[in-house]
Design a protein around this ligand. Structure first.
Ligand SMILES: Cc1cc2nc3c(=O)[nH]c(=O)nc-3n(C[C@H](O)[C@H](O)[C@H](O)COP(=O)(O)OP(=O)(O)OC[C@H]3O[C@@H](n4cnc5c(N)ncnc54)[C@H](O)[C@@H]3O)c2cc1C
Length: 477
């Protein structure tokens, strides 16, 4: 796949002057493994700076965990939807630069549906104060204990006893179960493996925006001018002090350096063999960091003949009747305003999402989703006219939703994961970032970091990012 719409005005050169190839004594040959956000950004920066870049991608499409699908007649994001922290996110600047409008979601405002009525967050918090006070106290105790003993505590160890505590009012327990499932959703992990120090990251309460038309526009922009070989899974990476050889099913590619941007789950499962093996600290970090396994975050997208749910842009949540039913298509966003079509999107999270992915076919998933929509709207929904159910855990090129800090991992693990091996094998991808891991901006930043490191090494000069479309004067990226 080769896109050729590059124009001089859109050159993403790392050279301050934008004059690309001349500055190199010998521009290096770079192979980038993976055409998600991290890989495309890295490849484009190096390509536009004069390197010879080949991108090898396992799938038939670009974008990886960015996937704007049009099967329902409108562009629907099946991977990332939101730009989190959109008020200070380079992705927002990039969207503005290419004329992609953003739809801002109301901050922290949610409608909770329980027993035929709905309440917004403040009203529900007032009603369930006993549970919230108990949870805050237990979390505080666990965090203090973890700091004192250096033995980490999990979100599950704090919340599960409260969720199961018959002395707490049922509504409080249902709300605590939902709070736990939000963490499981944002982390793509089960509560018992989420470090209490990292639970419920701020992104859920920050300023969030949806790119109108989908993330696919950014993917296409990043891929402009790149030579991408799709349906070309990498099997083996051999590296010496002088070069790198990358092996696929049918071909061998030789280069000066390789940038590995595959999801952490691919590295955990040894889908790519490294010869010689990666250094022990990196392998240990990859093993400790969390990804996929028995939990995930998935979406169900339903299109109907006409809209029968509230026309709000607040998130709608069905508090499950039983706390242990959490994470089963209970969170919904109305995307009808955004897409100008009767479409609604539901979310499954944590262990429940993994169970649904393994045991529920699409028809059973739709039935469960419709039962929850009935509780949300008070009416029996009609049959949908279009359905998409995502299955990121069994996707062979993702193997989960995003990386998380498990109880046994630390930020130092992400540094070990990100560290290049010699000046030959570089690593990028959302999981390599200690800040905002699990997001599109982390993937973007990781691609920038890898391209900058390669540029510094081979061009022998400091890169500039002033030519990148997400650059704002005075910012580092
Ligand atoms: C359901 C879901 C919802 C999300 N929601 C949001 C959100 O709202 N906001 C947000 O900021 N983030 C969200 N994310 C996370 C975000 O999508 C990711 O953090 C980001 O897209 C990761 O980009 P990446 O380049 O690191 O990895 P990827 O996009 O996974 O790219 C890696 C690429 O490597 C390829 N690959 C794998 N193995 C091989 C191989 N052996 N050979 C060659 N190629 C290979 C893959 O096919 C893939 O294209 C969501 C993710 C999911 C799954």
């Amino acid at each position: 796949m080769k896109s050729d719409s590059t124009t001089p005005g859109t050159l993403w050169s790392l050279h301050a002057t934008r004059q690309a190839p001349g500055a190199w004594a010998r521009p290096p040959r770079i192979i980038v493994v993976g055409a998600g956000m991290a890989g495309l950004v890295c490849a484009r920066l190096l390509h536009d700076s004069g390197c010879t870049v080949t991108v090898l991608e396992a799938r038939a499409r670009l974008g990886g965990r960015l996937w704007t699908e049009t099967r329902l007649g409108v562009p629907t994001d099946l991977g990332a939807s939101w730009i989190h922290g959109a008020d200070h996110n380079p992705l927002s600047t990039w969207c503005r630069a290419i004329g992609l409008p953003l739809a801002f979601a109301p901050t922290g405002s949610r409608r909770f549906y329980a027993d035929g009525a709905f309440m917004r967050t403040p009203a529900l918090a007032r009603k369930t104060w006993r549970g919230l006070v108990a949870a805050a106290a237990a979390a505080g105790r666990a965090q203090w204990q973890a700091r004192r003993t250096a033995v980490p505590a999990s979100l599950g160890s704090v919340m599960e006893p409260l969720i199961a505590n018959p002395r707490l009012p049922p509504l409080d327990r249902r709300f605590l179960a939902w709070i736990t499932s939000m963490s499981e959703s944002v982390e793509g992990a089960p509560a018992e493996r989420i470090d209490i120090a990292h639970w419920y990251p701020g992104e859920a309460n920050g300023v969030n925006a949806l790119p109108v038309g989908g993330y696919g526009r950014l993917v296409a922009d990043a891929a402009t001018g790149l030579a991408v070989r799709c349906e070309t899974p990498v099997r083996v990476i051999r590296y010496t002090r002088t070069e790198v050889t990358v092996e696929t099913a049918n071909e061998l590619f030789t280069a000066d350096a390789v940038v590995v941007t595959v999801p952490l789950g691919i590295l955990k499962d040894d889908v790519i063999r490294f010869e010689p093996p990666l250094p022990a600290p990196k392998r240990a970090a990859i093993a400790r960091l969390g990804f996929g396994g028995d939990a995930v975050m998935n979406k169900i997208v339903l299109r109907f003949d006409k809209q029968f749910w509230p026309d709000t842009n607040e998130r709608s949540i069905v508090l499950p009747a039983q706390p242990d039913e959490r994470g089963r298509y209970t969170n919904w966003i109305n995307v009808a305003q955004l897409l100008k079509a009767p479409v609604i999107m539901g979310f499954a999270s944590g262990r429940a999402a993994a169970m649904l992915e393994h045991s529920y076919d699409d028809a059973a998933s739709v039935e469960l989703a419709l039962a929850n929509l009935a509780r949300l709207t008070g009416t029996q929904p009609p049959a949908p006219t279009g359905v998409i159910v995502t299955r990121w855990l069994s996707d062979p090129w993702a193997r989960g939703a995003y990386s998380y800090n498990s109880v046994h991992s630390s930020d130092a693990d992400r540094l070990d994961y990100a560290r290049p091996v010699g000046d030959r094998v570089y690593f990028a991808g959302e999981g390599t970032q200690a800040v905002d891991y699990g997001t599109v901006q982390a993937a973007l930043r990781s691609g920038v970091d890898a391209a900058s490191a390669i540029f510094r090494h081979w061009a022998g000069m400091e890169p500039t990012l002033a030519n990148a479309p997400w650059h704002e004067a005075g910012s580092a990226h």
